[in-house]
Design a protein. Structure first.
Length: 244
């Protein structure tokens, strides 16, 4: 009974969230056509050569306001600093030393903030949009999110995650996540997983926000397919680090 109530509550909150954002999502379809961004095809081992998504070089085509451009450029500097810290961590703990997934939650959800980072080349290979938890955002918060490790908080948890095994869930392909820090130690208990959602777009929607989740980092189906190739082509576990 407890499990049934938990599942029912989760779907009720998701339903309310999607309805509350429906009009915003419709606006995004218009706003994101403001200026075309050149797509660059990038091949991965075993990847479909027809797959196209914007890579790190597309940052030069940013179409947002100057204020967010400045913030975004600062976040890219911070991203490299996070990567340097992670290099030592993965080596000491025997995780994948070539690739990592970095998510900067200080960036608004309508901007790309999920980065596939090559630790060997110190470069971004892919970037995309990603959701934050429904409970992390408050109206008029100026995109300053709050975070929690508590069950039923519906908030995003900051920290490093080990990407576990894949499975097929309610949203299709998903990856289990295991929190490695005190700030996300309840991730598995909270059913925090990496999955896709059809309402997460591939192109930026800023200044409009994208949908929110129940706490999971959800990406577009196209981007999850790319992440899936990275995970499957590497024997050692890839670290996902969500920070602010």
């Amino acid at each position: 009974m407890k499990t049934i109530l938990k599942i029912s509550f989760s779907f009720f909150v998701l339903f309310v969230s999607l309805n509350a954002r429906s009009q915003s999502i419709q606006k995004q379809t218009v706003l994101k056509e403001d200026k075309p961004v050149t797509n660059i095809s990038t091949s991965l081992p075993g990847a479909n050569n027809d797959t196209q998504i914007e890579t790190g070089s597309s940052f030069d085509s940013d179409t947002s306001f100057n204020k967010i451009n400045t913030k975004y450029n600062s976040s890219l500097v911070k991203l490299k600093e996070q990567a340097e810290v992670l290099k030592k961590y993965v080596k000491e703990n025997n995780y994948n030393g070539k690739y990592c997934f970095l998510v900067d939650m200080s960036i608004p959800s309508g901007k790309k903030r999920f980065f596939v980072y090559n630790l060997k080349k110190d470069s971004i290979e892919f970037s995309s949009l990603v959701t934050h938890g429904f409970g992390s955002y408050k109206w008029d918060c100026n995109d300053q999110l709050s975070f929690s490790n508590m069950p039923f908080s519906l908030k995003t948890s900051l920290g490093k995650y080990r990407i576990g095994t894949s499975y097929t869930g309610h949203f299709g392909l998903a990856y289990k996540l295991f929190g490695l820090d005190s700030s996300n130690s309840n991730a598995y208990q909270r059913d925090i997983v990496l999955h896709s959602h059809i309402h997460v777009p591939d192109k930026e929607t800023y200044p409009e926000h994208i949908m929110e989740s129940l706490g999971c980092p959800a990406v577009s189906p196209v981007f999850l397919a790319i992440l899936d190739k990275y995970v499957k082509e590497n024997k050692k576990s890839i670290i996902l680090w969500i920070y602010d």
